[in-house]
Ligand binder design. Structure first.
Ligand code: FES
Length: 106
């Protein structure tokens, strides 16, 4: 099992136990976590799953790949140094992830 701690733009914190192999986006959508849309279902074509990744989590997951990096230029809220598209972060067993959602996704 993995744990994802989501902090919404308004400060509401939701902690979800996720399944290894699922993405942070899938885990949010399946559990009704507000602030992540995931319009394209994870095919890296919508950028509505934008999150800001906490520093310890960023060390774990690393930066975006080339295509994701391009997509991050089209997010509704400007990207930051710790931006990732959450459909591209797959959960690993036994890990804890902390992300914050931007104020809007579309
Ligand atoms: S869900 Fe569309 S890019 Fe992540």
């Amino acid at each position: 099992m993995s744990t994802v701690v989501y902090t919404a733009h308004d400060g509401v914190v939701t902690s979800i136990d996720g399944r290894p192999g699922d993405s942070i986006m899938e885990t949010a959508v399946r559990n009704g976590v507000r602030g992540i849309v995931g319009e394209c279902g994870g095919s890296l074509s919508c950028a509505t799953c934008h999150v800001f990744v906490a520093s310890e989590t960023f060390e774990l997951v690393g930066g975006p790949g080339d295509l994701e990096d391009e997509m991050l230029d089209g997010t509704a809220v400007d990207r930051q140094h710790n931006s990732r598209l959450s459909c591209q972060i797959k959960l690993q067993d036994g890990c804890e992830y902390h992300v914050t959602m931007p104020s809007e996704q579309v």
